[in-house]
Design a binder for this molecule. Structure first.
Ligand code: HEM
Length: 179
């Protein structure tokens, strides 16, 4: 690469500014985490899989699939799995970020991923508070339209989060060598 030549792309204005990424870089932490980075990443991907699987099954049930499954016991099983896997996902995600903030922060899809995670949390908080207040179900236990919409939005947001993560790991090639 020619020194001093700046390459820009459409995602540049969405990036965390370089001076903040540099300020967050801690080489002592980097070298301490280095032997474990692959394992932290493996745990991250593993808990993401558990989280998304549990969210998907619960949301499909809420949307009316397999209605013969009683909702309350299913909820009791799914919620601790969702909460604990999301907690480990967030912890390992933060560790992966601080392992190399400049490299991770330079990935095009990190900021959209963090945005989708934030929206996912806000949507979950809305679902939780309205669900507890009994505003999301009809008297015969069906989801109301706002409830259905929020459940579909939840699935879309977590899918987009995973999609952005995969784009961060291996972006689509800018040049198709085979064509
Ligand atoms: C504070 C929250 C999070 C942070 C800081 C974070 C950060 C990271 C980092 C640094 C990587 C390695 C790839 C890269 O360098 O970009 C990664 C991988 C990944 N993350 Fe996260 N993550 C977070 C939460 C989540 C959540 C909530 C999900 C999904 C629901 C998720 C899904 C994934 C997946 C699927 C990968 C593997 C991508 C691949 O290797 O193909 N992450 N994450």
């Amino acid at each position: 690469m020619t020194p001093g030549l700046a390459f820009t792309n459409a995602m540049d204005s969405f990036r965390i500014p370089a001076q903040y990424l540099i300020a967050m870089d801690n080489r002592t932490l980097h070298f301490a985490l280095q032997p474990w980075q692959f394992l932290i990443r493996a745990v991250h991907v593993f808990t993401v899989s558990i989280f998304f699987g549990a969210v998907l099954l619960l949301n499909l049930r809420l949307l009316g699939r397999a209605v013969e499954l009683p909702l309350r016991p299913f909820f009791r099983l799914a919620m601790p799995v969702i909460h604990s896997s999301l907690a480990v996902t967030m912890l390992t995600g933060v560790a992966l970020f601080f392992y190399d903030p400049v490299a991770v922060g330079s990935h095009d899809w990190l900021t959209p991923k963090l945005l989708f995670i934030t929206l996912g949390f806000m949507n979950a908080a809305w679902l939780n508070s309205n669900g507890k207040a009994g505003r999301l179900t009809t008297p015969n236990g069906q989801l109301t339209m706002p409830g259905r919409t929020a459940v579909i939005i939840a699935l879309a947001l977590w899918t987009l989060t995973i999609f952005c993560s995969c784009l961060n790991a291996e972006p689509p090639p800018r040049l198709f060598l085979g064509s």
